[in-house]
Write a protein that binds this ligand. Structure first.
Ligand SMILES: CC(C)(COP(=O)(O)OP(=O)(O)OC[C@H]1O[C@@H](n2cnc3c(N)ncnc32)[C@H](O)[C@@H]1OP(=O)(O)O)[C@@H](O)C(=O)NCCC(=O)NCCS
Length: 320
């Protein structure tokens, strides 16, 4: 059995079979374009690869995506391998191939120095627990801005390419305060935006919108928020604020709320940094997320797992 990067033919077969499961309502053609485009972005080209496990005849036994991240873990900058889209063709199931590809991807990343493996289980977490992964039970929040009359006097405008360095600094400062968080770079922020914009572009017009706003003071961004919206929900994908209380993100959300005063206030689904909630925002409800975050130490690292929910800053925009 060999672990190799998926070639075009293998990728097409995997996309054929996995389309029903992971297409996000994209057509088969758009699903393929969406997947290929992500690996052609500046970050994706070097940090996102799809692998296949092949037998001696070249038959695809299983497949998965490998992401190479940097993360803060207990105050250190460490390499993290993310494993996503684990998929075994139906006729190959039940023979240990998914386990085999996950182990091989992790072993390769560990040999390159990664200290932690990370995945989000869509199936019974017991399957990955048997491979040494430890679950972190996380709660998704529904939040909304408290009722006010009108918008605060701050300058909110659409974020642009020139804002990316300041936005990255803000996102990085947020990440540093927690036991575990991905380390944002300019390219991961661009990737996160591009991925959502690609999805919006490949879906029918109006199905998904992506909004990127900053609060500007003086020369540049002092807070930002990235949101996605469908007719069903609005997700706060990521945000950052120079103000430790989050008051500028709160004001930004109040400005967005004030765009549609005649409509009822919308709830935003999000993960917020532990212990952090802008003063203008209230938490309506919280529920345990279905896709379970799971981590496994590599290379003899002993980070003291499990990570607890309040150890972790992990945005919707970081999910893979
Ligand atoms: C999950 C999946 C990758 C397993 O592939 P596989 O090569 O058959 O896996 P393995 O042979 O290593 O392990 C088989 C075991 O996986 C477990 N498993 C498979 N599907 C499962 C599910 N939906 N929930 C929980 N466990 C599951 C079972 O314990 C199974 O054992 P069994 O054959 O005795 O029933 C495969 O079923 C698949 O591609 N499913 C669709 C995509 C998917 O859900 N991927 C997981 C994303 S986190």
């Amino acid at each position: 059995m060999r672990l190799v990067p998926a070639d075009e033919g293998a990728l097409d077969r995997i996309l054929d079979e996995s389309h029903d499961l992971w297409s996000d309502s994209l057509s088969r053609a758009a699903y393929a374009k969406y997947n290929r485009a992500q690996t052609r972005t500046p970050w994706g080209a070097h940090h996102l690869r799809r692998f296949t496990l092949l037998d001696d005849n070249g038959t695809v036994l299983s497949s998965a995506k490998r992401y190479d991240f940097r993360a803060r873990l207990d105050g250190r900058d460490v390499g993290v391998v993310g494993v996503g889209a684990v998929f075994t063709p139906a006729r190959q199931r039940g023979q240990g191939h998914a386990r085999g590809i996950v182990e091989q991807i992790i072993a390769a990343a560990a040999a390159e120095g990664a200290e932690l493996a990370l995945l989000f289980s869509e199936i019974d977490p017991a399957y990955y627990a048997a491979m040494g992964f430890v679950p972190t039970v996380r709660q998704e929040l529904l939040v909304r801005t408290k009722d006010t009359r009108g918008a605060p006097m701050i300058l909110v405008r659409a974020g642009e390419e020139r804002d990316i360095p300041a936005v990255t600094d803000l996102a990085r400062a947020m990440a540093e305060r927690h036991r575990f968080a991905l380390v944002p770079s300019e390219d991961t922020i661009r990737f996160s935006l591009s991925k959502k914009r690609l999805l919006a572009g490949f879906l029918p017009p109006g199905a998904l919108s992506v909004e990127f706003f900053i609060v500007e003071e003086g020369a540049g961004a002092v807070a930002f928020a990235i949101l996605t919206a469908t007719c069903e929900d609005v997700i706060l994908e990521m945000c950052g604020d120079r103000d430790p209380t989050g008051a500028r993100v709160g004001a930004l959300l109040q400005v967005l709320r004030a765009r549609t005063p005649a409509d009822p206030s919308l709830s935003l689904a999000c993960f917020l940094p532990p212990g952090w909630c802008p003063p203008q925002v209230e938490i309506e409800s919280r529920h345990v997320v279905r896709e379970v975050m799971m981590t496994r130490p590599l290379n003899g690292a002993d980070p003291g797992l499990p990570l607890r929910d309040d150890d972790v800053l992990y945005w919707h925009g970081d999910l893979f």
